[in-house]
Write a protein that binds this ligand. Sequence first.
Ligand code: ZN
Length: 181
Amino acid sequence: MTNGIRAGRVLGVPVFLERGFFIGFVLFSAAFAWFGATTLGLPPGEAIVGGLAAETLLWLSEFLHNVGHAIAARRTGWPMIGISLGLMLALGRSIYPADEPALPSGVHVRRALGGPLVSLLIAALLLPVALALRPTGGAPFYVAAFGAGLNFFVYTLQALVPLGFNDGAVIWRAVRERFRI
Ligand SMILES: [Zn+2]
């Protein structure tokens, strides 16, 4: 299922941290800090703290997105058996039992929508924070704006676009099945 370290349980679902998670955390914090210092013109100390904050927010966004899937899955009666956080981008994965029978397409859609709905909520909460921080600018503003944009443009809107591996793919497969297109 996963080779990760079991970090705890959320809503009864075990959470695993893959080895790539730690490498990704360091690399991406550094990349964000570098971007902050060179492109955004932040002082080095602020760029480093901002980089760590941006990467933490990325990780939290991914984690909460998957918690959204877990909540939705439990409500359908076909729960997840794990959340895996790993790979270089701190990409998360919802793990479902390998031996699930063929489920109605409505179950797949409801489970797939749980994550994007939580991401939309996070984006809606971070947007006013980013707007409030805009006049003072600096790392706090950039980090909040990044979080709002990430949750809306990546984690929410991906539900509308079938990419083969994402929530959009699950939703479109169910829609095509339902309407035989
Ligand atoms: Zn998802």
